[in-house]
Design a protein around this ligand. Structure first.
Ligand SMILES: Nc1nc(=O)c2c([nH]1)NC[C@@H]1CN(c3ccc(C(=O)N[C@@H](CCC(=O)O)C(=O)O)cc3)C=[N+]21
Length: 288
């Protein structure tokens, strides 16, 4: 058996076209402020891709770049200013930040109605409670990709490997809302392969290249690889693609799988955020 390839570029194009149509039909031009700190080369590539796609969809590019030595107070002031600027309808603070900065404190300064990454306490809390709000782009993109291929979630065994705030946790919550039976695995999970073998849908966001080998996959399962690593042999995911594709029923490639979906959902969230009234999700708690 060889798995069906779930082409993220193709589905992303459809999502982007939908978002662009929405933007063209609305009377408020969205403006996305991508905030990039330092010179991590991977972050620079991701942010450049995001900005390009945004401009193509009719979103104003309000990029802000800071040196690796920027202070917490300087960044906080910049995020406050973006929050107050009516021309800025979305704010994305690219992670990770240099270690001297407190990322959580900075994210909490983003007004929830501009939180296109779905990372603020308000957005995370609203997701946990099943209330409306902006959701993190990568988990949203994974669901969109599964839906586009008619992969059923209700009652399915879904296993998520990884428990980050950006992917694993929100992914698990979104799958629960879709009535999947959800297991979350992580670095301390005792027999990872055994847990993964239960999965009808296996979603891997562990940040370890090649972590998932063929013995961890039930024949016919759907495997979604969220990982992305720059190796001497090119871009690789958290899944050993060559081995797993002979066992799985469907699998995402890296590149061309989840990455383009993440960017597409950022555009979709930015279109949504531009339609939200100020304070749509309640006041921001300012720690200052
Ligand atoms: N606040 C925040 N929000 C994020 O959404 C966020 C983040 N921080 N930090 C890092 C991760 C990573 N991420 C990717 C986005 C696009 C591709 C992407 O376009 N990938 C292409 C390949 C691009 C390439 O690397 O050449 C693909 O998979 O086909 C990859 C990874 C967003 N992240």
């Amino acid at each position: 058996m060889t798995a069906k390839i779930l082409d993220g570029r193709l589905v992303a194009e459809q999502v982007v076209a939908r978002a662009a149509g929405e933007i063209a039909a609305s009377d408020r031009v969205p403006g996305l402020a991508t905030v990039l700190v330092g010179d991590d080369p991977a972050s620079a590539i991701y942010v450049r891709n995001k900005r390009r796609r945004c401009v193509a969809a009719g979103i104003r590019d309000l990029h802000r770049k800071f040196g690796a030595d920027v202070t917490q107070d300087e960044l906080a002031a910049a995020i406050h200013a973006l929050g107050d600027d009516p021309g800025v309808t979305g704010i994305l603070l690219q992670l990770p930040l240099p270690p001297h900065l407190d990322a959580a404190a900075l994210v909490s300064l983003i007004p929830p109605e501009k939180d296109v990454d779905g990372l603020t306490e308000t957005s995370a809390g609203r997701l946990a409670l099943g209330r409306p709000g902006l959701r993190p782009c990568t988990p949203l993109g994974v669901l969109e990709l599964l839906d586009a291929h008619g992969i059923a979630l209700s009652g399915a065994e879904a296993v998520v490997v990884g428990r980050s705030n950006l992917v694993g946790k929100p992914m698990a919550q979104l799958l629960l809302r879709r009535d999947a039976t959800v297991t979350v695995c992580h670095s301390r999970t005792r027999d990872l392969a055994a847990a993964c073998r239960r999965a009808d849908i296996l979603i891997v966001a562990a940040g370890l290249p090649g972590l998932i080998t063929a013995d961890a996959v039930k024949p016919g399962a759907t495997v979604i690889d969220v990982g992305i690593h720059r190796t001497p042999d090119g871009l690789r995911g958290d899944v050993d693609f060559t081995a797993v594709r002979t066992v799985a029923g469907a699998i995402t490639p890296v590149p061309g799988g989840v990455g383009p979906m993440t960017i597409a959902m950022l555009l979709a969230n930015t279109a949504t955020a531009a339609r939200l009234p100020a304070n749509a999700y309640g006041a921001t708690f300012l720690s200052s």
